[in-house]
Design a protein around this ligand. Structure first.
Ligand code: NAP
Length: 235
């Protein structure tokens, strides 16, 4: 029987790479999407998985996804949104949305999908945080706070469910080339690149490789950890 995996935000840059990698490793992958249905369905066809409409802020969507996917072996909480702007100038509803998607959404999905894992005494959850959750970013205060919350959530949940044989870990990417960073100008990108000790931007596959490791038997004694994938930008 192949292991089953649900990847939230599987339609995005990093999410799609995670879906492809887990499928290549033999998993049956459920590709979660919010608005990019066509992308998710094309990816699901490519990797022999299934596309699942899953707005992580919608309890009804989470319930439907749980019915469709059943008891998954692996949950990757990857869905995320970001917004650049000074803390005191971003409208409160946009700040709330960032927290609801990035943190509360991940917690809500975990709350639902961990139950069958506890019953079966096995499972893996991987949360996708950010280096800004570790050190904070100016002009991304709400985003940084939500991602720091994911780190705390990872550590606390890992302790709570370890006796049930479930591992909970976190990947903390640095600057990865996806749609999320498409607003940066060429000049900005060059300045950012100069701050990366390895001298290159991360690619979605780098994050996918870290997720693949954390859910593998090679990581069977690893839980509650934050694995940074950032080219040395935050050490
Ligand atoms: P992306 O290409 O913009 O993808 C974002 C994904 O999140 C999309 O699949 C999108 O779905 C989904 N999403 C947005 N709102 C959602 C909601 N309410 N419910 C469910 N899914 C929702 O961004 P990315 O770079 O791949 O980012 C993936 C994750 O990595 C995020 O958590 C991000 O914070 C984190 N990260 C990224 C970087 C980076 O440099 N790129 C660095 C650190 C951390 P639809 O397209 O279907 O709407």
């Amino acid at each position: 029987m192949p292991r089953t995996a649900l990847v939230t935000g599987g339609s995005g840059g990093i999410g799609a790479a995670i879906c492809r990698r887990l499928a290549a490793d033999g998993c049956l992958v459920y590709v979660g999407y919010f608005s990019s249905q066509a992308k998710a369905e094309a990816l699901a066809t490519e990797i022999g998985g299934k596309a699942v409409k899953l707005d992580v802020t919608s309890p009804a969507d989470i319930e439907k996804a749980a019915e469709l996917c059943g008891a998954v072996d692996i949950l990757v909480n990857n869905a995320g949104v970001s917004e650049i702007g000074l803390f005191d100038s971003l409208p409160a509803d946009r700040c709330r949305r960032i927290t609801e998607v990035n943190l509360v959404g991940a917690m809500s999905c975990a709350r639902t999908f961990v139950k069958p894992m506890i019953a079966r005494k096995s499972g893996c959850i991987v949360n996708i945080s950010s280096m800004w959750g570790q050190v904070g970013a100016s002009c991304e205060v709400d985003y940084s706070a939500s991602k720091a919350g994911l780190i705390g959530f990872t550590k606390a949940l890992a302790k709570e469910v370890a006796p049930s044989g479930i591992r909970v870990n976190c990947v903390s990417p640095g600057f990865i080339m996806t749609e999320m960073n498409s607003h940066f100008s060429a000049d900005d990108l060059e300045l950012i690149r100069e701050d990366i000790p390895l001298g290159i931007f991360g690619e979605p596959r780098h994050v996918a490789d870290a997720v693949a490791f954390l859910i593998s038997p090679q990581a069977e004694y690893i839980t509650g950890q934050i694995l940074a994938v950032n080219g040395g930008m935050v050490i």
